[in-house]
Design a protein around this ligand. Structure first.
Ligand SMILES: CC(C)(COP(=O)(O)OP(=O)(O)OC[C@H]1O[C@@H](n2cnc3c(N)ncnc32)[C@H](O)[C@@H]1OP(=O)(O)O)[C@@H](O)C(=O)NCCC(=O)NCCS
Length: 149
């Protein structure tokens, strides 16, 4: 498995993967959004045999970074692909001067919550009815060292 910065030419493959990963209630990204995020944010893809099997999207704001989305193709789950994508992104964020990463996660997404806790994220608060279907979210945060002063 190799991790690369996503290119514009990856947008269609990412969009196809997104359709499989997220139902409409989870705000799936459109093809146009992928083009936008590839240019303006941090989007890494995990590839096996030159095919995208997972991705991570981190939104880069002036003062903070937010993990917006992470997903791995069903048949490739349980191989630490998400964990590697997360660790890779945290290293990159640290290199460019960030020292924290925020995210929101559905309270019923137990796999993702376990992934984030394992990476060191802690729960900051609950967000009431955060999702379109009325599901609550946890706001979670990871603090780490920045390599840039
Ligand atoms: C959540 C998701 C990204 C995990 O991807 P993955 O590559 O299978 O995860 P990894 O193999 O890297 O697992 C790393 C850790 O996460 C946790 N985890 C991942 N999948 C899990 C599962 N099915 N059950 C319990 N814990 C799980 C575990 O702590 C695991 O470490 P361990 O195996 O040593 O216990 C994947 O299930 C997915 O794409 N889900 C649908 C999209 C989604 O909900 N994304 C998150 C919200 S944006």
């Amino acid at each position: 498995m190799k991790i690369f910065k996503a290119q514009s030419s990856d947008a269609s493959e990412l969009y196809a993967l997104e359709q499989k990963l997220f139902l409409s209630k989870n705000y799936p990204l459109s093809r146009a959004s992928f083009y936008y995020h590839i240019k303006n944010n941090m989007l890494f893809v995990a590839e096996i045999d030159k095919k995208i099997v997972g991705y991570i999207l981190v939104l880069i704001k002036r003062k903070n970074a937010k993990l917006y989305s992470i997903g791995v193709k069903e048949e490739f789950r349980g191989r630490k692909i998400a964990q590697n994508l997360l660790e890779f992104s945290i290293k990159e964020l640290s290199n460019i001067g960030f020292n924290s990463l925020l995210l929101e996660v559905r309270v019923d997404n137990h796999e993702a919550i376990k992934l984030y806790k394992k990476a060191g994220f802690i729960m900051k608060k609950s967000l009431n009815k955060f999702y379109l279907d009325g599901c609550d979210a946890y706001l979670m945060e990871l603090l780490y060292a920045s390599k840039k002063l």
